[in-house]
Write a protein that binds this ligand. Structure first.
Ligand code: EPU
Length: 421
């Protein structure tokens, strides 16, 4: 296992290039199961979740290779349809092979993903959607088994207690591309990653409309073809580095960043006094001497993303006052609070809201990463902490950030990776 060691205190300066979006890539790789033909997916981030998805594809007898940032996949006529617990349990996003496998082979057996450190993550909406398309569902040995000769289009309301679901929308949308007739998904998620996947499916020959809205219409077709598609930049990586620049009073230009995907984040950063400017395809972020305290509430897109909640909280630990951050997507996603408090932050949890009292400076400490975005928040805290911060269990960070420490080092941070004894 690796750990990161950060000597805090330097402002970040310079240019950084944002990688492709993990959460667009993962369902897109699953979508390649929908065609026999060869697919080329470009701008793929080299993160461990992507490696896990490639392993799942290979277990399904799919030819899949990754070179630099390009994946070549060819599912051919493979009839394999089982995604085993060993892999699904390490990455919940594996569940998005369910829809494509079912639509293409008529059968899918996918291990039921359990809860995880960010709270309970049921898949009832995925199952509701597939059942509405005519799938016969059963459970055996902790696996979901879905069967259908040919799926049939339907009108499906896909909202749950916490609003829309990204991967349920993705699963049902992918399955519907090969169904007979029209499917209408109401209360669909409209995250940029869902739109990117829909655009990729359209390039494969799918008939999809409304993918930027909460009502997606899919007209089923008999077959899909291969595709050459480039994944959008990762708005969560971009947001994380924007907060890093803001927190350290730095001046950073993010290349390959879509300003339009970051509205809620830019709104909160601007309110905190941070300068954010769009410059043809890149975004410049300039920190300020005093970070003003601001509140934030996570919501499905275009609201403030839950995947930047922990990082926003890290920023608020060094603000000039009190702020409240409320989590409305995963009300238990607060594992980072205890670790941030170990670094001198003053955060109190009250239900699904964290109350943060800004302090003049954090102090470095040995801390432990607990999940992907919590790890990112600890890295951010380390950037502004006095003395040294050691972050162990960095494999969580590696699931979704491509060599974050190298990008930070190029921006002037004293950071290194070491093997943990
Ligand atoms: N939910 C249900 N039933 C379902 C599905 C979801 O109740 O069948 C609930 C969830 O428990 C949660 C809410 O609905 O309270 C939203 O969850 P959603 O389904 O949208 O999450 P997801 O699709 O499983 C994706 C991202 C997550 C991101 C969420 C929310 C991928 C691979 N994962 O998960 O990303 O937090 O959307 O935006 O796209 C991350 O990258 O760190 C990460 C966790």
């Amino acid at each position: 296992m690796d750990k990161l060691i950060i000597e805090g205190g330097q402002p970040l300066t310079g240019d950084v290039t944002i990688s492709g979006a993990k959460n667009a890539t993962l369902p897109m790789l699953a979508a390649t199961l929908l065609t026999d033909e060869r697919c080329v997916i470009r701008n793929v981030p080299r993160v461990t979740d992507v490696m896990t998805m490639l392993k799942i594809l290979r277990m399904l007898d799919v030819k899949a290779s990754l070179e630099h940032h390009e994946v070549i996949v060819e599912a051919g006529r493979s009839k394999k349809h089982v995604a085993p617990y060993r892999l699904v349990s390490t990455m919940r996003a594996s569940v998005c092979v369910l829809g494509p496998l079912l639509a293409k082979t008529g059968k899918a057996r996918v291990s039921l993903p359990g809860g995880c450190v960010i709270g309970p993550r049921p898949i009832d909406l995925h199952l509701k959607g597939l059942a509405a398309l005519g799938a016969k569902l059963s459970m055996e040995h902790g696996d979901v088994i879905a069967e259908a000769k040919r799926l049939k289009g339907a009108r499906i309301y896909l909202g749950g207690a916490f609003g829309s679901s990204v991967l349920a929308t993705v699963n049902v949308m992918m399955a519907a591309t090969l169904a007979e007739g029209q499917t209408i998904i109401e209360n669909a998620a409209c995250e940029p990653e869902v739109v990117d996947l829909a655009n990729c499916l359209v390039k494969m020959g799918a008939k999809i409309r409304g993918q930027k809205t909460h009502v997606i219409e899919v007209e089923g077709v008999k077959r899909l073809q291969g595709v050459d598609y480039t994944v959008i930049p990762d708005r969560i990586e971009a947001g994380t580095l924007m907060i890093a620049a803001a927190m350290t009073g730095g001046d950073v230009t993010l290349q390959h960043t879509r300003y339009e995907d970051l509205g809620a984040v830019i709104d909160r950063l601007t309110a905190a006094g941070v300068g954010v400017e769009e410059r043809n395809g890149s975004v410049r972020v300039r920190g300020t001497r005093t970070i003003r305290s601001v509140d934030a509430t996570t919501l499905p897109y275009p609201g403030f993303p839950t995947d930047l909640q922990a990082q926003m909280m890290a920023l608020m630990t060094v603000s000039d006052g009190l702020s409240v951050i409320t989590e409305k997507v995963y009300p238990e996603r607060f594992m980072h609070i205890a670790e941030l408090n170990r670094m001198g932050a003053a955060i109190m949890l009250e239900g699904a809201s964290a109350i943060i009292k800004g302090v003049p400076r954090l102090s470095g400490a040995p801390v432990m990463a607990s999940d992907l975005r919590a790890s990112a928040a600890l890295v951010l805290a380390g950037l502004v902490a006095k003395k040294r911060t050691d972050i162990s269990r960095v494999y969580h960070l590696d699931r979704g950030y491509e060599r974050l420490e190298e990008k930070l080092e190029r921006l002037g941070v004293r950071i290194r990776r070491e093997r943990e004894e």
